[in-house]
Ligand binder design. Structure first.
Ligand SMILES: Cc1ncc(COP(=O)(O)O)c(C=O)c1O
Length: 477
């Protein structure tokens, strides 16, 4: 066998193939506005991905072809008419950071090296952006789901004097509170933390889909009277169904008087703090004990990139810190740089996500990122007003941030849920646009989420005209 190093025998060949692939990647991003939104992967390619484990490798030019062949088959979120779920649109500059990160191959579990200092810089910026104290705890993570688990573990452990770390939760009957519109990752965190998802109480919402604070007070009182231990309240800054922002200042007040940990799920909505017209609606978020939010959603850092901030840095550290002998802290040398990131979360080996966030903020600056958010909010208002004035379309929830829920409902149409579901599938399969669906008060809604810096008003006009055309066609067949 040849020398088993993985370095190429032919560096010039690798260079040529890598430059060629970079050009193809940038070509793809430069034409992100063109063509279909979602392109399903052809059956032949799917079968090609059921090959056996390769015993022998392939040449770099063949590898570049294999990689570039995959590029058309993403979810479609780089396209301006991708409106599904809550996906960021990504950004071409991010390719540069990914190249540098791959070349460094840094492991950010800990130690004293450049990447660690970049992550600390990013966390300092996060605190500044979100109005958190500069000495807060924090970690760059995969996304809000992981950030929520980390935040609520710190909340749980602090409430149980950190005995839960070694003894488990035992007979403690902790309860938390989030609105019925809260994201499912909160209940999942309760499940994973051994509290049980039933310990997360669903608090009813008002007509604007924000948490009813009177109901919250009553539920906390009743649980306490029943011998349970209310320990956390979770506010939502931008709910996944309709983009509602809870009364965060009101929640901060309740948390303070009831001695509860106040967590905010700001997956996408928290970053609207960069938008001048939206900022004041997030008042109270800066008083949270912890905040979970994403860079990969409304800030368009390429997947994946999220963040957790925890005001009580000591509690954050005490909830995760662990230094076995082989990871012992040192004051000098490569093992210095304490505390290590591994002391703030569950993962030891960690990639250099912070680099693409750092590069993104350097490249664009917060003003431009905020302006892109503002434009999406204005587009949501525009879309809602066009729906309001179009016969046959019905708005199902107020469009107060970036999400518009509506349906095609011409007079005399039959099963509107089935019809609107079929419209969305037809739109996705046609390649023209990709909204998704949800249910609003039991009714199936076409859900248009605007976290896309490439979307323009003509894209929204085309979406509506296609919905009317497809809806008319499906109703008459
Ligand atoms: C409000 C809200 N919270 C949490 C999440 C989960 O975030 P992630 O997918 O980054 O884990 C989402 C995802 O859309 C969300 O919209």
């Amino acid at each position: 066998m040849d020398d088993p190093t993985l370095d190429p025998a032919d560096w010039d060949g690798l260079r040529t193939s890598a430059h060629d692939l970079l050009d193809r990647a940038l070509d793809r991003l430069q034409s992100a506005r063109d063509g279909r939104v979602w392109t399903p992967m052809p059956e032949a390619m799917k079968s090609g991905l059921k090959a056996g484990l390769p015993g022998k490798g392939i040449a770099h030019d063949a590898l570049a072809d294999r990689l570039s062949d995959l590029m058309p088959y993403g979810v479609g979120n780089t396209h301006p008419r991708f409106f599904g779920w809550v996906h960021g649109a990504g950004n071409p500059g991010g390719v540069m950071a990914e190249i540098a990160a791959a070349a460094m191959n840094a492991n950010l579990g800990g130690r004293d090296h450049g990447a660690i200092h970049v992550e600390r810089q990013v966390l300092d910026w996060c605190c500044a952006m979100m109005g958190f104290p500069a000495d807060s705890g924090g970690l760059i993570v995969s996304g809000t789901s992981m950030a929520t688990i980390i935040a609520l573990k710190a909340a749980r452990d602090r409430r149980l004097d950190f005995t839960s770390r070694s003894k488990g939760v035992g007979g403690a009957r902790l309860t938390g509170y989030a609105s019925t519109q809260a994201h499912s990752c909160v209940a999942r965190a309760f499940d994973m933390l051994g509290l049980g998802s039933d310990a997360l109480r669903p608090v009813p919402c008002l007509g604007d889909f924000t948490m009813d604070l009177c109901a919250l007070r009553q539920m906390i009182r009743e649980d306490a009277e029943a011998g349970l231990t209310p320990f956390a309240v979770i506010g939502t800054a931008g709910s996944v169904n309709v983009g509602a922002i809870d009364d965060l200042a009101g929640l901060a007040d309740i948390a303070a008087t009831k001695d509860l940990w106040f967590h905010v799920d700001g997956a996408f909505g928290a970053t609207a703090i960069l938008s001048d017209p939206v900022r004041s609606r997030l008042r109270g978020m800066e008083r949270a004990d912890s905040l979970a939010f994403d860079f990969h959603k409304w800030l368009h850092v390429n997947y994946d990139a999220g963040c957790v901030l925890i005001r009580d840095r000591d509690a954050h550290l005490r909830a995760f810190s662990e230094r076995p002998d082989y990871l012992a802290a040192s004051t000098r040398g490569l093992a210095a740089g304490n505390p290590w990131p591994v002391e703030f979360g569950p993962e030891l080996s960690r990639g250099f996500r912070a680099l693409k966030i750092w590069a993104h903020l350097l490249e664009h600056g917060t003003e431009k990122l905020g302006a892109a958010i503002t434009r999406n909010v204005e587009q949501a208002r525009y879309l809602a007003s066009r729906i309001g004035e179009t016969p046959g379309l019905e708005l199902l929830a107020p469009a107060t941030l970036n999400i518009v829920c509506f349906r095609y409902a011409p007079v005399g149409a039959g099963d509107l849920d089935a019809l609107n579901d079929a419209i969305v599938i037809e739109l996705q399969e046609s390649g023209v646009a990709a909204p998704s669906t949800t249910r609003i008060e039991g009714r199936l809604a076409i859900r248009v989420n605007l976290t896309n810096h490439r979307t323009t008003r003509p894209d929204l006009d085309l979406l509506l005209s296609e919905i009317l055309r497809i809806g008319g066609w499906l109703s008459s067949n």
